[in-house]
Design a protein around this ligand. Sequence first.
Ligand SMILES: C[S@@+](CC[C@H](N)C(=O)[O-])C[C@H]1O[C@@H](n2cnc3c(N)ncnc32)[C@H](O)[C@@H]1O
Length: 449
Amino acid sequence: MIPDTVIVLAKSPRPGRVKTRLQPTFSGAEAAALAAAAIRDTLDTVARLGPRRLVVAWDGPSVGWLPPHAVVLPQRGTGLDERLEHVFADVFALDPAPGGVDIGPGRPTLLVGMDTPQLAPRDLDVDWAGHDAVLGPSEDGGYWAIGFRRYVAGAIRGVPMSTSATGNVQYARLKTLGLDVLELPALLDVDEPADAARVAAGWPGSRFGRLHRRLVESPCSPTILFDAALAGAAVEIRVGEHGEGTVLSIDGATPAESGLGALIRPGHLDASAWQRMSEADEVVVSRCEGPVLDVGCGPGRFVEALASRGVPVLGVDLSRAAVDQTRLRGASALVRDVNDRLPGEGRWGTVLLADGNIGIGGDPLALLRRCRDLLRPGAVALVETSVDPHEDRRTTVTLHGPSGRRSHAVPWAVVGAQAVVELAARAGFVAVEDWRVSGRSFVMLRHAG
Ligand SMILES: C[S@@+](CC[C@H](N)C(=O)[O-])C[C@H]1O[C@@H](n2cnc3c(N)ncnc32)[C@H](O)[C@@H]1O
């Protein structure tokens, strides 16, 4: 039986406001695009089903692609339970329906959300005979659909939402109210990246499936996967042509067999190591002359350590997550490319290129020249180098993350102390000191003035 009214409950797909559990595997904008695809798939399914009335219970700014015949009602209330309850009150109060169709109490009204883009018309075309309500449980313990023949006050309000018990508590509530409930088959809700991958694989032709495939199959910005690593996701670094070289990790434990930088060795990227100050890091901090600019500051262990010693310091990093984490440590950082305009150009006392960051951009001479422009005459650049003093290699780095996501290859350089000293001379520096601690190598360069 086709319900007389189908309600699609949806939230405007704004980055950072919807499908946030898909982040950080997907960026906020990508998660929002997946949410929009899921809503549109759901609307297409309802259109194919052809109920007499489509209601969209909408939260947030409107979008241009809602069906023109849909009755759009703003959601009311605070919690999801309250908003669901209000939607049914509002819909059963809409009588007669637009176009004079008499749809009112006693006629099946089914509500679905925006987390099941895999819905087919047959999932909604159920036999209500003898039932007052329907409930479609989802695999995670919630529910993907709920429907009534009439407004039943208190049917939803107070049911705890988004828990593994939500479906059971909702079912019990309906029974307590004396309703005869038809249970629909359980469906998978898209909440986590793994759910998205399952739904996309099972329904490759849906908007959601097509978009998911495009996002996963085309290389993304490395910062998306770097942010994912900082949030604890398993991310690998691959070095070499087309990213097909050695699989490496960044974990701070041992010297770099790869020579990519002291924090990189075979395994997977363990950004938690970037949170801890090591003995070698302490030596770096002791050499810094304020104010310090930490280029590629990551989650900010150096920035925090310097700030806590009263040294004026700013971190810059391309990664929003890295900058957020630095700020959470109470230190200052900007989301910025080192080549963008930066505060205090020509006035910094130290530029820090730690953790192999001399590799940034794959052109160490250009990076050293940029550092020289950032420094005041006589100031210093502290550079962590490859442990092999003669190494001087240009390569690429590719990040590989969850759900098969991979970044495009970014140019990187692997440079030993001797090569850094030679390049530094061409960039207007003189080398004043080099040292090794715990298998990590560093060079101090002074702006020749
Ligand atoms: C090897 S990690 C270094 C981690 C960091 N030094 C720490 O203490 O945790 C390289 C860092 O450089 C950043 N990065 C890469 N290219 C950059 C650029 N052009 N400008 C600024 N930061 C950059 C990356 O986002 C990453 O955080």
